[in-house]
Design a binder for this molecule. Sequence first.
Ligand SMILES: Nc1ncnc2c1ncn2[C@@H]1O[C@H](COP(=O)(O)OP(=O)(O)O)[C@@H](O)[C@H]1O
Ligand SMILES: [Mg+2]
Length: 239
Amino acid sequence: MIEIVNVVKRFSTNNGHADASDGCHHRRNAVDGINLTIENNTTTLIKGPNGAGKTTLLSIIGGMARPTSGRVFIDKKDISCFPESFLSEVRKKYFGFIFQNYHLIMGISVLENIMIPAYTSGKTPKKIKQKAMALLEKLKIPSLANRKVEYLSGGEQQRVAIARSLINDPAIILADEPTAHLHQDLTMEFLKIVFELVQGGKSVIICSHNKLLCNSGIVDRAIELTDGKVVNDVHMLAN
Ligand SMILES: Nc1ncnc2c1ncn2[C@@H]1O[C@H](COP(=O)(O)OP(=O)(O)O)[C@@H](O)[C@H]1O
Ligand SMILES: [Mg+2]
């Protein structure tokens, strides 16, 4: 379970310099006092216009960014005060990330891309490779294992990104605009995979403004952000 309590994130807009006494007034909070509890084994959609704070909130949930104030609890553990070394443990243990534009590493193979997040897990390379191959099977692209990622189609890249997010068997998958560059049929494919992950006990949190996702029937909850605030929070009716 994820609990977010009074979370605020403020960026200084003058390129990271603390002193903003230059008359620049663009200092509204990117995330502006959010309180949320997200249950295990659910599919949550975070929607809202560009600049609403979706990516910032997702980064804070996943321990990739720290809130300016407020607290983030993962399974009752307050990760907002963890030092970086513990935080990276938390990231590895709990989260799989599907980044916007996937962030696959060009020049190396599909298999190597998928294995990367597991290298610091203490598992043997052989075990990691087995797991990566099993994920490629699961995502129905085992034949792509040795291909370099730059030769993949958009849909294939998407699957590689999903496989990579699953390599450490995280409880929670965080996906930022995962369907931004996909056609409708590939978007539906993605949703099918999400559905199966949640059937298998995982939680998925997706940031997107794609209407297809909201109306797909697989989302349990749609949280709408505007200007860093929750303006709508709809729990879909269980079938
Ligand atoms: N690293 C950053 N430095 C400064 N401002 C940022 C940074 N990241 C995001 N912002 C600002 O925070 C607000 C929310 O951004 P973001 O979380 O990316 O929104 P969304 O994902 O909903 O489009 C925007 O105004 C954006 O310009
Ligand atoms: Mg974003």
